[in-house]
Design a binder for this molecule. Structure first.
Ligand code: BES
Ligand code: ZN
Length: 704
């Protein structure tokens, strides 16, 4: 009867009952924990007394009361996954339950469990039902209090969401704390921590002058290692004020470092992180780890607005909070380091993690249509492709338009549980924008393949780009519709400079692309059909097009650019991402051609033009050092194999090794110089200049 079943987005129904306030009380024992919950229940439609179904897994029900009266047999049913109140009173009522749970036996890393002797919780997505009987769905948002009682020696620190309103000692060596969260929230954001922890303390003064206490909790010996996480948290708080106008809303913000924890979790004012995502020291932590801590700390903090204040109506909308919050953490890390380098890293990640998913048997849309177990839907598609979808709004609307959109989203939906359409509508309405069929990005799976061919007409001084797009079939979606693809494009003249763009002929209309009389060097072409042409006018000479600048859409682009065009872009494109991309396309072609040689037992050769291209990048002191490191790094072996009909690891390995060796010997002098110039014996500093210096030195040494 209670076997897991497939749940469909189209079957979403509003709950029959809302929960207004919830008072939880935990008695944490060594053998068992007792959880008492007092919930004020409000029917959605007055006078309708349908059964109230509560989720509950691995719980022992001790008692259940309605309006103070203990329920008798027949008035409720308990099963392995639910507690059903068969005929609750009509109108508002108070529901009280007492349950027992066994945290020390809970090894699922969900619900309430023990890690290194401390109690902690993880409730997203559906872990709260392992703590107490509840309507465990994100559209049930309630104001909570939480009383925790435990032995004071074993568990000196007692934490939950919101503000500490009372604490004290009790007889028999116990103590208690009462926390109150003034913001209503879904139960997946509930958290409790109890144990032997100490805090690293700091403060942050918000833009309106409120002083917020910041505490990072770790076992005492790890406190010094929390310095970087604290720096990251303060940077994130400031950035969200500056860039999104989002101020923190409570007087305290806690992060707890837990050794046994999957990833990191944004519980309201009580984030919980796996220790590896909090603790850092120069002796054992790499630059990449420092950067990951910055990004994750930002990510979980940013959820306070994108996920907590405005949450998801149901778990199908997961990308509403995760895609948006990944986008926000990407932008944060960009602003703290190099935008181009961050973008290169994020796109590489998308290509290696999300593209294969979108092309395989697990392909699903950013907003899935159905799921069996929600935990399996925290995917690269929901996260990374979801972030690309958010980025496309920004590409289409510009920074200011995008900010108008998020402002309207928060204004409309603060305190609500909403859908991806609500986000879309806020973006559209704030800008009076026409987004055509943009919503397909949420429902249609598969990576679009876009082909583009170009032609120059010297007499008419026009330059045309002809696009055609297809979306490959994916499981359950054999036939696809054309997508709305924003293609950021610029044209380079023969000296490598961006041409000013004046107007584009498209769809029977001539559209000016200047901006308030100022020339524009990059424009966003809105490709919406299966086949479509854009013709630039007033183009004085044959240009080299720079397409999909900044990787403006999550697609596979196949252009008719020649190797010479690509070398030209590698040397000159003002768009850093496309400069890197041109080098990567050339390197891929080169590697694939040498793989063929290897397989035929012909000698391997390295195109001198490629060596020259790499040399120019190496010696260009105007470039960011981390960018140089990325641009001289060959595509990985798996990326090349992904492009082959039949993967040949031996050949790919031999070819990659051969090219690296050739580059090392032909550019020995340049590489040695870079190592010399970028060495340092100074103390470790986490900042972009130093990280870029180390990245370049290590790449020159051939460490990657
Ligand atoms: N909300 C998630 C945590 C989560 C993940 C809960 C899976 C339940 C199931 C959190 O915001 C998150 O996404 N964390 C990431 C790190 C982040 C930087 C992408 C994680 O835990 O890996
Ligand atoms: Zn997240």
């Amino acid at each position: 009867m209670d076997a897991p079943k497939e749940i469909f987005l189209k079957d979403y129904k509003l709950p029959d009952y809302y929960f207004d306030t919830v008072d939880l009380s935990f008695f944490l024992g060594e053998e068992k924990t007792t959880v008492s919950a007092k919930i004020s229940v409000v029917p959605r439609v007055d006078g309708v007394a349908s059964p109230l179904v509560l989720d509950g897994v691995d719980l022992k029900l001790i008692s259940v009361k309605i309006n103070g009266n203990e329920l008798k047999e027949g008035e409720f049913q308990v099963g392995p996954r639910h507690l059903i109140l068969t005929s609750p009173p009509s109108g508002n009522f108070i529901l009280e339950t007492v349950t027992e749970i066994l945290p020390h036996k809970n090894t699922s890393l969900e619900g309430l469990y023990k890690s290194s002797g401390n109690f902690c919780t993880q409730c997203e997505a559906e872990g709260f039902r392992k703590i107490t009987f509840y309507q465990d769905r994100p559209d049930i948002m309630a104001k909570d209090t939480c009383r925790i009682e435990a032995n004071k020696l074993l568990y000196p620190v007692l934490l939950s969401n919101g503000n500490l309103i009372e604490q004290g000692d009790l007889e028999g060596g116990n103590h208690f704390a009462i926390w109150e969260d003034p913001f209503k929230k879904p139960c997946y954001l509930f958290a409790l921590v109890a144990g032997q922890l100490e805090s690293r303390d700091d403060t942050f003064t918000t833009c309106s002058g409120r002083k917020v206490a910041l505490k990072i909790w770790t076992p005492p010996q790890d406190l010094p290692k929390a310095e970087h996480a604290m720096y990251s948290l303060k940077a994130a708080m400031k950035w969200d004020e500056d860039v999104f106008g989002r101020e923190y809303d409570l007087d305290i913000f806690n992060i707890v470092s837990v050794p046994d924890f999957l990833g990191a979790m944004e519980n309201k004012s009580l984030n919980i992180f796996n220790s590896a995502l909090v603790l850092a020291s120069p002796e054992t932590t790499t630059d990449a780890d420092y950067a990951a801590i910055l990004g994750v700390t930002g990510h979980e903090y940013f959820h306070n607005w994108t996920g907590n204040r405005v949450t998801c109506r149901d778990w199908f909308q997961l990308s509403l909070k995760e895609g948006l919050t990944v986008f926000r953490d990407q932008e944060f890390s960009s602003d703290m380091g190099s935008r181009t380098v961050k973008r290169i890293g994020d796109v590489s990640r998308l290509r290696t993690r999300q593209f294969p998913q979108d092309a395989g048997p697990m392909a699903h849309s950013v907003r899935p249509h159905s799921y069996i177990k929600m935990d399996n839907f925290y995917t690269a598609t929901v996260y990374e492709k979801g972030a690309e979808v958010v980025r496309m709004y920004k590409t289409l609307l510009g920074s200011q338009g995008f900010r108008k959109g998020t402002d309207l989203y928060f204004e409309r939906h603060d305190g609500q549980a909403v859908t991806c359409e609500d986000f879309f509508a806020a973006m559209r309405d704030a800008n009076h924008a026409d987004f055509a069929n943009f919503l397909l990005w949420y429902s249609q799976a598969g990576t679009p393949i876009v082909k583009v061919t170009s032609s120059y007409n010297a007499e008419a001084r026009t330059f045309s780009l002809k696009f055609s797009q297809t979306v490959p079939p994916t499981p359950g979606q054999p036939v696809k519709e054309p997508m709305f693809i924003p293609v950021a494009a610029g044209l380079l003249d023969s000296s490598g400079k961006d041409m000013p763009l004046s107007s584009i002929y498209h769809d029977g209309k001539l559209e000016s692309v200047t901006c308030c009389g100022q020339p524009v060097y990059t424009t966003v072409l809105r490709v919406t059909k299966g086949e479509e042409e854009f013709t630039f006018s007033d183009v004085p000479e044959k240009p080299i097009p720079s397409l999909l600048r900044g990787y403006s859409a999550p697609i596979r682009l196949q252009s008719d650019l020649t190797d010479d065009d690509l070398f030209f872009l590698l040397a000159h494109d003002s768009d850093g991402f496309n400069r890197w991309e041109a080098g990567q396309i050339l390197a891929r072609k080169l590697m694939l051609s040498q793989v063929v040689n290897f397989q035929k037992s012909s000698p391997l050769v390295l195109d001198p033009q490629f060596v020259h291209g790499i040399k120019c990048i190496l010696l260009d002191s105007s470039l960011d050092k981390e960018f140089i490191a990325k641009a001289i790094t060959l595509p990985g072996e798996s990326e090349i194999m992904d492009l082959m009909e039949v993967a040949d690891p031996d050949a790919v390995h031999a070819v990659r090794k051969f090219i690296r060796k050739q580059l090392a010997s032909q550019l020995k002098h340049e590489f040695l110089n870079l190592v010399k110039e970028n060495r340092s014996s100074e103390k470790y500093v986490f900042d972009h200049t130093n990280m870029a210096r180390r990245a370049l030195k290590n790449t020159a040494l051939g460490k990657k």
